[in-house]
Ligand binder design. Structure first.
Ligand code: FAD
Length: 419
């Protein structure tokens, strides 16, 4: 029952932990390590100064390791600095989407409107379906938005904990209203009582939580001598065991680790589905250093596409009596969780929390948008497809997946430290 014996089915998919360990640690992880150092992926545009929409801000964490340094103007590659014309175009389209969503209800009035108008509504709905957004992206022109160099601000132990961190996790799990049995409170594992869609939602959030907590255990700060001095960074076996060992977690640790593998599988599938779209991107930054980005992306996508046991999203939302309610709830709860990230009291945690929820939201947008769903379906191959991704969505998707990949790699490291 020890975590080192974690193996077998990931559940809710036809894939085993061992298969994913091998795929990730031997093939995906090394390639992502090289890709995520490239300029296109390392500069993330983010607003860390947005107000928390749910409660008045906690006093911001003053810990040194919570600090995020923003990029100086000169550091930003020229192709990013000049602004991506596509970004503006997409912002306009996103505004349209809100209108389309409001117009959905009008389909009930079909008999009273002309055929031409009906066609327009149909087109709008098609457009809307192709652009389901699960995340509120930071406004590109808002005050407080800035580029952050992710390599200079790595996700690792910051010391953020206590009431503020617990309030965030508590709100996130509470926002996951898919808990039919009131005896469950946050932190419990309600999988047994949930239907597939509810379980998927819970497992995605729990998998993200697992990943964050693995990172702080794997890149832990040991204080300097007598509490002074610079301190040293390294893996903390005890911290990891405390959080994930079966004995110290009443058996929930291994299940939480499996949720990480599940989350990885969902994002892996999103990348497979969006591969034809990404293959048409040029990943332009104006920097010579990025000349090989496209070939690394193509290489990773090739590995991902040839993986046989992808998560099958077409099994979701199949019950005609529940599908539209569940879909709307799924989307709204996730959007709220993405907004909760603006309440995180530690800037570094907020940065990576925002990036990872945005990446997960992008994965969900890919899975539930576009022409079709299911293991064989793709988006972007059809030139007429209205599906579009902004640069920030592509950057967050790859970096979020990179975080999960890094966590799975770290599990292997911890396993060998303990054997
Ligand atoms: P917490 O991790 O705070 O968990 C609270 C409760 O949730 C636990 O008691 C448990 O019952 C339950 N729980 C724990 N894990 C899971 C899971 N996987 N699935 C389901 N339930 C679970 N700290 C850093 O040092 N570096 C960071 O980069 C960082 N990023 C963060 C980002 C966000 C968005 C948040 C909210 C927090 C972040 N933290 C970070 C803080 C960190 O996640 C913990 O909150 C902190 O270390 C305190 O841990 P804890 O043991 O009290 O339990």
């Amino acid at each position: 029952r020890c975590f080192c014996k974690l193996k077998g089915e990931v559940d809710d998919c036809s894939c085993k932990v061992e298969t994913l360990d091998s795929l990730n640690n031997n093939h995906i992880y090394p390639r992502l390590q090289s890709l995520l150092t490239k300029n296109y992926f390392r500069y993330f545009k983010v607003n860390l100064h947005k107000e928390c929409p749910y409660w008045s801000d906690d006093s911001r964490c003053a810990l040194k390791d919570c600090h995020v340094s923003q990029c100086a103007e000169d550091d930003i590659p020229v192709g990013l600095k000049s602004g991506d014309p596509k970004e503006n175009k997409y912002s306009r389209e996103n505004q349209e989407i809100t209108t389309c969503a409001e117009e959905r209800e009008l389909s009930a009035l079909d008999t009273t409107i002309s055929d031409e108008t009906k066609e327009t509504f149909k087109d709008w709905r098609k457009h809307d379906d192709a652009q389901v957004t699960f995340c509120e992206l930071d406004d590109d022109n808002s005050s407080g938005i800035a580029y952050v160099d992710l390599l200079l601000n790595p996700e690792r132990y910051t010391g953020y904990r206590g009431a503020s961190a617990h309030r965030i996790w508590h709100s996130i799990y509470e926002e996951n209203c898919f808990q039919p049995d009131s005896k469950y409170s946050y932190g419990d594992n309600p999988l047994a009582n949930l239907c597939l869609e509810e379980r998927v939602f819970y497992r995605l959030i729990s998998g993200l939580h697992t990943s964050i907590n693995i990172h702080l255990s794997a890149k832990y700060l040991y204080p300097g001598k007598n509490g002074y001095g610079a301190g040293t960074w390294g893996p903390n076996k005890k911290e990891f065991q405390k959080r994930f060992d079966s004995k110290t977690t009443d058996g929930t640790g291994p299940q939480r680790l499996k949720n990480l593998y599940f989350t990885y599988l969902v994002e892996l599938r999103a990348l497979a589905k969006v591969a034809p779209y990404l293959e048409m991107e040029d990943f332009y930054t104006g920097s010579d250093e990025d000349d090989d980005v496209k070939s690394i992306v193509m290489d990773i996508l090739q590995v991902i596409k040839s993986f046989p046991d992808h998560f099958d999203e077409s099994k979701m939302f199949q019950d005609p009596t529940q599908a539209s309610r569940l879909k709307a709830e799924f989307k709204n709860h996730f959007r709220n969780i993405s907004k909760i990230m603006d309440c995180v009291g530690c800037d570094k945690c907020r940065l990576w929390g925002k990036l990872q929820t945005q990446g997960m939201g992008t994965a969900l947008k890919i899975l539930f948008s576009g022409d079709s769903i299911g293991p064989e379906s793709t988006v972007g191959a059809n030139q007429k497809s209205q599906f579009q991704l902004r640069r920030t969505e592509i950057v967050s998707l790859f970096n979020a997946f990179g975080r999960l990949s890094d966590s799975i790699y770290s599990i292997e490291q911890f396993r060998s430290m303990m054997s």
